[in-house]
Design a protein around this ligand. Structure first.
Ligand SMILES: Cc1cc2nc3c(=O)[nH]c(=O)nc-3n(C[C@H](O)[C@H](O)[C@H](O)COP(=O)(O)O)c2cc1C
Length: 348
């Protein structure tokens, strides 16, 4: 997402822009996630009590209370400490997992790792995932990436793929050559599992296939339907620039979250399929579990809540869990696994 010689103020400005713009409605690719086309099958006489429903789950042996996670958002800038601290405390309190934002800055500025010391003091048991963009993964040594994982005491590492964003970002790094080879090496040598993710444009059959033999443990489709990085980066450039113009051309670029997930399922991949991108309710999450997601993530709605207050963030997370449980009860499913196995969904 940026050049090695980028100044601190340029980095700060970009991160502040991202947070501010992500809250604007026109940045959201609303109505394009595919979720609106899916309906769960109502069960009028579920053979269970609401309080029997259980959401408990695990990540490669690490127990959590719900199969939901806070998607990667922020790291390494002035507001990041407060925000990530809120996210991590809430994740620990509710038993969610959490991805931190790109740890790129830590590669050149070891001081940036101080953020994790503070966060680990407040949330020692939170299940956290590291994050780095593919362009930085390609140019970094496995040892340096391992340091990022260790600094955070991360349970896994997200590697994000964001070709559209890198093209439209004035300071972008659209150099992705040899990505598959580097991912394969990293999966072999890193001490924790690797999860590949997009950032809102989804993942298609060809990429799923090319990731088959890399050894990655999960792929989060992060599809079209929510925060759109083409739109967002376009807003950061002056109207007359090629970037702003191209951002309009590519305003609806991407594979929807539902489309991506179903392509992943049809590809019979050897890794877990996770879903995020435009997930805005517990019912949305339930639909994604029903069509095959192992875990479901939320970014923008939780950012909005966290910027308000820690209490609001906890309230929103609890609401999402409650809605997921209602969807389970009203389909007669005691667990997410049952919902998945019973194929309780239809096209609208
Ligand atoms: C302010 C903001 C910053 C983000 N930064 C990162 C990042 O550093 N690394 C990453 O993998 N994804 C990043 N994302 C993308 C999210 O993890 C997610 O894939 C995307 O926003 C789609 O989810 P949503 O529709 O729920 O927002 C960011 C999202 C937001 C809103």
């Amino acid at each position: 997402m940026k050049d090695d010689k980028e100044s601190l103020s340029q980095f700060e400005n970009r991160k502040q822009d991202h947070i501010r713009l992500a809250l604007e409605e026109e940045i959201q690719a609303q109505g394009q996630s595919g979720l609106e086309r899916i309906r769960l099958v109502h069960e009028a006489l579920p053979d269970l009590d609401f309080n029997e429903i259980t959401l408990s789950d695990s990540y490669w042996g690490t127990e959590v209370s719900v199969p939901l996670f806070i998607s990667s958002m922020t790291a390494g800038h002035t507001n990041a400490l407060d925000l990530n601290s809120r996210f991590a405390v809430a994740a620990q309190t509710r038993g969610w997992a959490m991805g931190v934002g790109s740890q790129r800055r830590e590669l050149s500025d070891p001081e940036a790792a101080q953020e994790w010391k503070f966060i680990r003091k407040n949330a020692p048991r939170a299940v956290l995932f590291g994050n780095l963009g593919i362009a930085q993964v390609i140019t970094s040594s496995v040892r340096d990436i391992q340091t990022l994982v260790d600094n955070l005491q991360a349970r896994a590492l997200f590697v994000h793929l964001n070709p559209l964003q890198e093209c439209l970002q004035p300071e972008g790094t659209p150099q992705f050559k040899n990505g598959v080879q580097k991912i394969t090496q990293l999966a072999r040598e890193l001490s924790v599992p690797i999860i590949i993710k997009e950032v809102g444009c989804g993942i298609g059959a060809s990429t799923f296939k090319r990731l088959q033999d890399t050894g990655v443990k999960a792929v989060d489709v992060a599809g079209l339907g929510g925060t759109h990085w083409g739109r967002l980066e376009g807003r950061r450039s002056e109207d007359s620039t090629p970037q702003a113009q191209a951002a309009k051309t590519f305003a609806n670029w991407g594979l929807s979250t539902v489309e991506s997930l179903l392509e992943g399922r049809m590809s019979l991949v050897p890794y877990q399929l996770w879903a995020s991108g435009g997930v805005r309710s517990g019912l949305d999450a339930a639909k994604l579990f029903a069509i095959g997601a192992e875990k479901v993530g939320f970014a923008q709605p939780l950012l909005k809540a966290a910027l308000h207050s820690e209490a609001e963030l906890l309230r929103v997370m609890e609401q999402l869990e409650y809605e997921l449980k209602i969807a389970l009860f009203c389909t007669g499913s005691r667990t997410v696994q049952e919902l998945k196995e019973r194929r309780l969904w239809k096209w609208n």
